[in-house]
Design a protein around this ligand. Structure first.
Ligand code: GDP
Ligand code: MG
Length: 169
């Protein structure tokens, strides 16, 4: 199977959709549009033909637990997003991480996870330092980046980090 699924998880309003849109379409909107679940597909080609990259932008919070479990079960890589402007959104990632660990079980190590502190452009409202995020990343043994979907900071780096793990089709 040449498909590769990236799943984005995190509380409502942290900028999950904004990050995907920034990467897929290269733009940003200030308007808030709630998501149930959106999937973006991108055809990728390599030496052995083509494959499809699926990016699943999940609903924040835990309103659709069934969808989240299914997305995690199918996922090959995970982006856990919080907002550096809202302390509790980092803590709220814990249940998502636990769910990934529960569903992937002993194979957890095969699935790259990146912890992302978004809205790093908003220094006036910042409640979390990069060290706060790094401490969680250390505990979860995953990569960590601060990003801004708004100012296009580290968004390319984030997706490249994950896709370098994905075998070329
Ligand atoms: P989601 O619920 O996680 O999908 O969050 P959205 O992508 O819908 O974004 C929620 C709100 O945060 C919107 O008003 C966005 O414009 C804003 N937002 C998203 N990313 C950033 C960012 O990097 N910086 C700033 N300042 N605002 C952002
Ligand atoms: Mg959204």
């Amino acid at each position: 199977n040449k498909d590769y699924c990236v799943v984005i998880l995190g509380s409502t309003g942290v900028g999950k959709s904004a990050l995907v849109k920034r990467w897929v379409r290269g733009n940003f909107r200030d308007k808030y549009v709630p998501t149930m679940e959106d999937t973006y597909h991108q055809v990728r080609s390599g030496n052995r033909g083509t494959g499809t990259l699926h990016i699943t932008d999940t609903a924040g919070g835990h309103r659709y637990p069934g969808l989240q479990r299914l997305a995690i079960a199918r996922g090959h890589a995970f982006i856990l997003v919080y907002s550096v402007t809202k302390k509790q959104t980092l803590e709220e990632l814990k249940p998502f991480y636990e769910l990934i660990r529960e569903i992937k079980g002993r194979n957890l190590r095969k699935y790259p996870i990146v912890l992302v502190g978004n809205k790093c452009d908003d220094s006036r409202r910042r409640e979390l330092t990069a060290r706060d995020g790094a401490a969680y990343a250390m505990e979860w043994n995953c990569a960590f980046l601060e990003t801004s979907a708004k100012k296009d900071v580290n968004v390319q780096e984030l997706f490249h980090m994950l896709l370098n793990h994905a075998k070329k089709p």
